[in-house]
Design a binder for this molecule. Structure first.
Ligand code: KG4
Ligand code: ZN
Length: 358
């Protein structure tokens, strides 16, 4: 079985051909650089960039896989959640391909895609994720804990009440003057600071103990910055961030005093602890047989290291970095069980900004 996956929910235009739910025949990701100077994704700009990229990206994926559209068993596209204008580009293109080549269309939830990235990669290595699994999906748009059943049904156990974990990384990086996306930048700088240098107290929340909240720590960083009058060092970094060339870790360190490196290390340490604390207890709660940690934030080296030494009741699975951030192989992978169940979409399929998984 051969499925072409298309992903366009945010600022990556991606297409991939996956065979039998585990063999990635091709995976092409075009990341939009145009947002960098605005410090975040500009929705109108994203839609236009997707329009420009979608045809070459899909063509490239098919050509690298060495297949024709006629060879496909289905075309899968992300239906949500995400930016509606961006989703529409991938979805409409997938519909047109299905209409012309008479292929079934499969709608995939982006969050489900992140979970399948791990399941697909395990299969590729001849190993299997066991169920029930506990999945933490932490990215720029989502921070959710799910119970995953063997038939790929999902139960939401906890979620962020405000900012997503990746969003907190991006916002803190932006207010400190670093470039977008800020998560990878802070990750590279954190090892140069003291993770206990700044103490952040996380507010106790009422209600579901598995819910997250990251807006408080973002505000705490803002207060810290305001109290210290850091505008000169922040301005120096903004100048670097506005340049056309990617900034190296050494260049960032040259304009980052030790106190700020300590702040970054402490921020990352606190976010990682919050993520892992709830993931460990959710896994225990459902007697998970495996733990999946996926989404862009799963690239974080502090999170990966801390997860290795955390007290999990089951083995922990991370996707490789290329499959942690947005890609279309995960969308194609998530479509296989749907195709097997005959869950195909009609021409009336619409993009859904706030699509929920469970
Ligand atoms: O999954 P993804 O590519 O897109 C969404 O579905 O949102 O995740 C992107 C997010 C961004 O917020 C980015 O800053 C964050 O993942 N991210 C990281 C790292 N790499 C990407 N956050 C922390 N550490 C990283 N190494
Ligand atoms: Zn994502």
């Amino acid at each position: 079985m051969l499925i072409l996956g298309i992903e366009s929910s945010c600022d990556e235009t991606a297409a991939a051909v996956v065979e039998d739910a585990c063999r990635i025949r091709s995976s092409v990701v075009a990341s939009q650089m145009a947002h960098g100077k605005y410090g975040g994704v500009v929705p109108e700009l994203a839609s236009r960039e997707h329009l420009r990229a979608i045809v070459p990206v899909v063509r490239e994926a098919m050509s690298r896989a060495g297949r024709e559209f006629g060879d496909l068993d289905a075309v899968a596209a992300t239906e949500g959640p995400g930016l509606v204008g961006s989703l529409l580009v991938g979805l409409t293109f997938a519909k047109s391909l299905c209409f012309v080549h008479r292929k079934p269309l499969i709608a995939v939830n982006h969050i489900e895609g992140h979970i399948h990235a791990v399941i697909m990669e395990a299969r590729q290595e001849g190993r299997a994720v066991e169920f029930p699994a506990l999945a933490l999906v932490a990215s720029g748009g989502h921070t959710h804990l799910f119970e995953v059943a063997p038939d790929f049904r999902y139960r939401l156990l906890g979620r962020t009440r405000d900012d997503a974990a990746g969003e907190a990384f991006d916002k803190v990086a932006k207010l400190l003057g670093y470039s977008y996306p800020g998560g990878p930048v802070l990750d590279r700088l954190a090892p140069h600071g003291d993770p206990h240098g700044v103490r952040f107290t996380m507010a106790k929340m009422k209600g579901n103990p598995l819910d997250f909240s990251f807006s408080g720590i973002k505000t705490a960083v803002l207060r810290w910055v305001e109290q210290r009058g850091m505008s000169a060092e922040i301005d120096a970094r903004r100048v670097l961030a506005r340049g056309d060339q990617p900034v190296t870790t050494e260049q960032w360190i040259a304009v980052t005093p030790q106190a700020t490196l300590d702040l970054i290390a402490s921020f990352q340490h606190t976010v990682v602890s919050e993520l892992l604390k709830r993931t460990v207890s959710a896994a225990e709660q459902i007697s998970a047989r495996s733990v999946i940690i996926s989404g862009g934030v799963a690239c974080n080296s502090g999170l990966r290291a801390a997860a290795r030494s955390a007290d999990f009741c089951a083995p922990v699975w991370f996707p490789s970095p290329a499959l942690s951030t947005d890609n279309a192989a995960m969308i194609a992978a998530a479509a296989f069980p749907k195709l097997a169940r005959g869950e195909t979409a009609g021409w009336d399929l619409r993009a859904k900004a706030n699509l929920v998984l469970a």
